[in-house]
Ligand binder design. Structure first.
Ligand SMILES: Nc1ncnc2c1ncn2[C@@H]1O[C@H](COP(=O)(O)OP(=O)(O)OP(=O)(O)O)[C@@H](O)[C@H]1O
Length: 459
């Protein structure tokens, strides 16, 4: 029997390793959880792990100190650091110290498992379908998505820029990750920057870094993400949202492949592949004069169009099975499949929110399921537990009414966001600030709630 890869997972919150472990087990990975670096260190005296995943902030030794300790002992074990959004600097320090990657909280355990597979260089489900590398995390084998895999495969050895187009939720971010994972430089950093969420000053600071004393508060020199990502890939999401001034700066960087830190004078060479994506029609923006044509052409070297889900309905069964399996493991539920009636409706629907909408619907359905088969049988279940996404709720409370005393985390999160929005008169900026997330994350969350409340689905 082949030995399963062993992952050491360190987080002072035992629920985090339990959750990851539950999902990882379904993907052929073993997980050894620790609640402190101390415990992990003692274990490592007599054992070896194939990969280490550690939270940054823990009582006692931090994830970063742990990484430094490992590298001092010449351990080359792949290491992933879990960080919060506000601790991005630490993530960059981690890459410098020899971490292989980092993941930001809140993260999806599926994403972490895919990252694990990539670092261990394993295919999670080699029998799932025929495409080789690109589909490690992207699922589907329709002709429409096969075209996407082909492009991804073709450009693996050339460091050219890619523009990804597609509707919201169709998988642009996932495709960007797949391009990097499939590339010959997948062991180099992959950094995502959400241009829609940052002001010009912040974006400039993140991309180019700054010299000590560049402005009040710049107490030390900080390299920009384009420097940190050198040799690897930078994914600029929502590129259509950057200002005219930023477009000029970015164009110069791409042309010259060098940057100058804010407050600095010496140009620094970089070597990165840019992948950009936008929900907005960039070609249209060029015609209208709101996006520079020279920047557009620099970025548009390869164009990758991610087809909307309604154009690749053949992929729905694979996606449905995968998401059911994923969420059943995550929520520890018996759900295995939808009944035929449900599947027919799922296949009929046009999914305007694409895979994200499908995934959210299945997440709810599975979290609230109590049997292997998820049914549309409203008679049998007084309030269909997964009603809100797939069919119209019969009671005002919908899914939440199912277990008002024990709402799921998702429900609590949604209620809290709604409460804050009300409190701030719908002001998203203030709401996002209080929540400690960026505006586009808040926008996405709100969008997914809207989708779930949508009554477009044929009842
Ligand atoms: N082919 C796929 N297989 C499995 N999961 C997918 C696939 N495509 C997308 N997803 C999942 O659907 C969700 C939305 O995908 P993603 O964030 O990549 O979309 P996007 O096009 O970047 O959306 P947006 O434009 O709103 O940022 C994610 O949870 C992603 O994991």
């Amino acid at each position: 029997m082949t030995k399963l890869p062993l992952i050491a997972f360190i987080d002072d919150d035992p629920r985090a390793s339990e959750l990851f472990s539950r999902y990882a087990q379904t993907e052929g990975l073993q997980v050894q959880g620790f609640q402190s670096v101390d415990a992990a260190q003692s274990w490592l005296e007599n054992n070896t792990a194939d990969l280490i995943i550690s939270d940054l902030k823990m009582p006692g030794m931090s994830g970063l100190e742990f990484l430094a300790w490992l590298r001092q002992r010449d351990s080359e074990v792949p290491f992933v650091l879990i960080t919060g959004y506000s601790t991005l600097d630490n993530a960059i320090d981690a890459l410098r110290l020899g971490a292989n990657d980092f993941i930001k909280k809140p993260y999806d355990p599926e994403e972490l498992v895919q990252l694990t597979h990539r670092l261990l260089r394993r295919d999670p489900d080699p029998h799932a379908h025929n495409f080789s590398e690109a589909e490690r995390s992207m699922l589907g084998n329709s002709p429409a998505i096969a075209g996407v895999y082909r492009v991804i495969d073709k450009i693996h050895d050339v460091r050219i820029n890619v523009m990804i187009e597609g509707e919201s939720g169709s998988g642009k971010e996932l495709a960007a990750r797949a391009i990097h994972d499939r590339s010959d430089f997948s062991d180099k950093p992959y950094i995502v920057i959400d241009c829609g969420a940052l002001t010009d000053t912040l974006l400039e600071n993140e991309l180019f870094g700054h010299e000590k004393g560049a402005y009040t508060g710049a107490s030390s020199t900080k390299p920009g993400l384009l420097e940190v990502a050198s040799g690897g890939t930078v994914f600029l999401d929502e590129i259509g949202n950057i200002s005219d001034a930023m477009q000029v700066k970015l164009l110069r960087v791409i042309q010259e492949q060098q940057i100058t830190r804010v407050g600095g004078v010496t140009p620094i060479k970089i070597d990165v592949r840019f992948i950009v994506a936008s929900n907005r029609d960039l070609a249209q923006m060029v015609t209208e004069g709101s996006f520079r044509h020279d920047l557009y052409h620099r970025l548009h070297v390869v164009r990758l169009r991610i087809p909307p889900l309604r154009e690749r309905k053949e992929d729905i069964p694979i996606l449905v099975n995968h998401f059911i399996r994923h969420f059943a493991a995550r929520y520890n539920r018996p759900a295995e499949r939808f009944n035929a009636d449900c599947m027919a409706r799922i296949l009929e629907y046009t999914w305007p929110g694409n895979i994200r909408e499908l995934k959210n619907m299945i997440k709810r359905a599975v979290a609230l399921s109590s049997e292997a088969e998820i049914r549309l049988d409203q008679e049998a279940e007084a309030t269909p537990p997964w009603a809100s996404g797939l069919i119209r709720p019969q009671s005002s409370g919908g899914a939440e009414a199912i277990d008002a005393d024990h709402p799921t985390l998702d429900v609590l999160e949604r209620r809290y966001i709604e409460k804050l929005l009300k409190e701030y008169d719908g002001n998203r900026e203030k709401t996002a600030q209080t929540l400690g997330i960026n505006k586009s994350t808040l926008w996405r969350k709100m969008q997914s709630y809207e989708q779930s409340a949508s009554e477009d689905f044929p009842a």
